[in-house]
Design a binder for this molecule. Structure first.
Ligand SMILES: [Zn+2]
Length: 126
């Protein structure tokens, strides 16, 4: 998202650390578990019906059809379904949530912290 200059300013202005701190506080307050998933997890680009991951999905495309199964997706609703599924997979199965084919990782871009022992990592809104 940093490549999109309009979004980059909004993102840099946002205090994500404070948001995460508030979420952790509220989750703890209500006895809930906050699960952070990988920031590169393809939540928007992954079909929530069949798991197919589209190569590119610019932010201007708000709805798309899966080329594999033909499901029609609202970008944000599809991402929410995928994030919920990923969180449940971590919670129930202890799975790690990592992108299978993240370009940035393939390129050796390791800006984020190394995974912790409980395999819960940061996640940005996509
Ligand atoms: Zn599909």
């Amino acid at each position: 998202m940093v490549k999109n200059h309009k979004l980059a300013k909004a993102i840099s202005d946002a205090n994500w650390g404070e948001l995460v701190r508030q979420l952790e506080y509220k989750a703890d307050w209500y006895g809930r578990e906050l699960i952070k998933i990988d920031r590169y997890f393809p939540s928007s680009k992954r079909c929530s019906n069949c798991g197919y991951v589209v190569e590119k999905l610019p932010l201007s495309i708000r709805e798309w059809d899966c080329p594999e199964c033909g499901s029609h997706h609202d970008r944000d609703t599809n991402a929410a379904i995928n994030i919920l599924a990923a969180g449940l997979a971590v919670s129930v199965c202890g799975a790690t949530v990592r992108p299978e084919e993240s370009k940035s990782r393939q390129a050796g871009d390791m800006k984020q912290k190394a995974p912790t022992s409980d395999a819960r990592e940061s996640r940005a809104v996509s």
